[in-house]
Design a protein around this ligand. Structure first.
Ligand code: ARG
Length: 577
């Protein structure tokens, strides 16, 4: 569509010059960015709002629209009509026949790609679950949004590095070690995996806090013990280090299973602990630059001048904190990857954390500070209640995925019992349903997780999108497309072409706004247009040989677009469902 917008904008520019002579109005490039998609497609495929020209041309928008329409001439546009101050444009079928579909078919899987990221590197920090905690639906958002952004950047030519910044360091490990030493059993953890660790973690937290309402006092001695274990760990005590390493491995097993099901691989999985020996250099630099202040024993960077609370760098016992590790990690990544952008995907609850340490990096004099991007997403809750490991208000990702896969398998047993590869397909569709559900709404919107909605297969869902893709595959398996002259005759055909023409632009916008949901919604638009085309226009059964060949070509073009678009939002593309 960008090619087309450019053609239309040039024609609008020429029409203005023809009508008004030499006036100062937006350039053709600016006009291209002003072109809109009318909400109602019966009005046109593109619309140009004439309001912005009103002052320069000293005329009312409807008059300007009428003037431009009267001399407008562009080979790609079949109709230009003035409606209420807008110039509505209809793309010509000829453009689809001669330009769009042939280009799509010759580019194939590359159709829609761009090379604006060529030679540039983007580091994406996402998923990053906390070790020893359950991998639950809260982390799924970071995981799928981050991975989708990685795919989108790759599609735009960037060299991408996906990093899983595991939460594998911090005082909570002191609690975990203390709890294990007090009540843990090796066999139980070996048997139960991370669940056994979570049980210990919940227990020690509950005992440390006590339960005032029920007259159970807090146990201060446990808190002290946890702190001592944490200190020993930071000092490199071999026993505690070995326990910690084991906890990390046990926790990762569960995460890795989920990553496999989601088809996610990281390029680097070094967690917070990796930066232990890289923090002193940064702390030194902070001191050198006179940025560190001691406040109640703790070392902080005062950010009051920037309207933010102080950024905590060291606790009073000298132990490091989350921001300290993030600063060291950013410097390490810049040195290792020389990134052009480093993107962090987390819940919006961490907005302040990122704003603070981004500022600290700037104050430290690192020139890459403006290449750091925080991409927040809304709160995830269950039926309106906050997620909390300690009260058990969580849904584990593995339980969610198995519920979805079971449901898909039941539908398949009924509708398509002989399907080959049933298990793999059921998993692809079940996981797809969940991922699609997460990526359907704009990322910043809160997600109130309702199991039945996530597992719904009707309407705007992952299974619907995957099924539509499989439909294009089965048509082409029966009757492969072969090169032919394209003819776009009926309305459903031109609508489909219009949707297909938008793909590259949608991907660029999704990248610019860090918004995978742009692609999810686009996929739905393509599916709706394709299914309408499928119902309105006989494909294999078309009597005219040319019409049939041309419709197969459009089916192939749709297959290319969906085949590229679904993986951009982490969906697999089974050919048969
Ligand atoms: N482990 C953190 C959490 O679960 C997320 C880490 C995000 N990445 C980062 N570099 N801070 O809240």
């Amino acid at each position: 569509m960008l090619v087309l917008k450019k053609m239309a904008a040039d024609a609008i520019s020429s029409a203005i010059a023809a009508k008004y002579g030499d006036v100062t109005v937006p350039s053709a490039d600016e006009i291209a960015t002003m072109l809109e998609y009318p909400p109602d497609t019966t009005m046109g495929d593109l619309a140009f709002p004439c309001f912005r020209l009103s002052r320069a041309l000293r005329k009312s928008p409807p008059m300007i629209a009428a003037d431009i329409a009267s001399v407008f001439n562009c080979s790609a546009i079949s109709d230009a009509t003035a409606v209420n101050g807008y110039l509505n444009l209809r793309i010509s079928n000829e453009y689809y026949e001669k330009e769009l579909i042939p280009r799509n078919l010759s580019e194939g899987a590359d159709y829609g790609k761009s090379d604006i990221g060529k030679g540039k590197t983007v580091v994406l920090d996402y998923s990053a679950p906390n070790i020893c905690k359950p991998f639950h639906i809260g982390h799924l958002a970071s995981t799928v949004i981050g991975h989708s952004l990685k795919k989108i950047h790759e599609f735009c030519g960037y060299n991408c590095v996906g990093v899983n910044h595991l939460g594998d360091w911090g005082t909570q490990f002191g609690k975990q070690i203390a709890a294990y030493k007090l009540w843990g059993e090796k066999e139980k953890i070996d048997r139960e995996g991370v669940d056994g660790l979570v049980e210990l973690y919940v227990r020690i937290n509950n005992e440390i806090d006590g339960d005032e309402k029920n007259g159970i006092p807090p146990k201060k001695e446990l808190a002290d013990m946890a702190r001592a274990e944490s200190h020993k760990l930071e000092e490199g005590d071999p026993e505690n280090l070995a326990l910690w390493r084991w906890f990390v491995d046990v926790s990762l097993e569960e995460c890795n299973r989920t990553y496999r099901q989601l088809g996610i691989e990281f390029d680097s999985s070094v967690g917070e602990s990796f930066y232990t020996d890289k923090m002193p250099e940064q702390v030194e630099l902070l001191k050198e630059k006179n940025l560190l202040k001691v406040d109640n024993g703790a070392s902080i960077v005062d950010l009051s001048e920037y309207g933010m609370p102080p950024c905590l760098i060291l606790r009073s016992d000298g132990s490091t904190l989350y921001p300290t590790r993030d600063i060291a990690a950013a410097v390490y990544r810049q040195r290792t990857y020389s990134f052009d952008k480093c993107i962090y995907v987390t819940a919006s609850a961490q907005c302040l954390h990122f704003a603070q340490w981004f500022k600290v990096v700037e104050l430290m004099g690192y020139d890459f500070y403006d290449k750091l991007v925080h991409v927040p997403y809304g709160m995830v809750s269950i039926d309106g209640a906050k997620l909390a490991t300690r009260t058990g208000n969580v849904i584990l990702i593995r339980d969610l995925i198995s519920a979805a896969v079971d449901k898909v398998r039941a539908v398949m047993d009924e509708k398509n019992p002989d399907l080959e590869n049933k298990d793999a397909t059921a998993e692809a569709v079940g996981v797809g349903a969940i991922v699609f559900h997460y990526l359907l709404n704009s990322r910043i919107k809160d997600i109130n997780f309702i199991m039945d909605d996530a597992l719904s297969f009707d309407g705007s869902t992952g299974p619907y999108a995957q099924y539509t893709y499989a439909r294009t595959c089965s048509i082409l398996a029966k009757s492969p497309y072969s090169p032919c002259d394209i003819s776009v005759g009926c309305e459903a055909e031109s609508r489909l072409c219009s949707e297909l023409s938008r793909f590259g632009e949608v991907v660029l916008n999704a990248m610019r706004d860090y918004e995978p949901s742009d692609i999810t919604r686009y996929i739905l638009d393509v599916c709706t247009a394709f299914n309408r085309f499928y119902h309105d226009c006989p494909i294999i059964s078309a009597t005219d040989e040319n019409v049939r060949a041309s419709r197969l070509a459009m089916t192939q073009a749709t297959k290319y677009v969906l085949g590229s678009a679904l993986p951009l939002i982490c969906l697999k593309t089974p050919e048969k469902i």
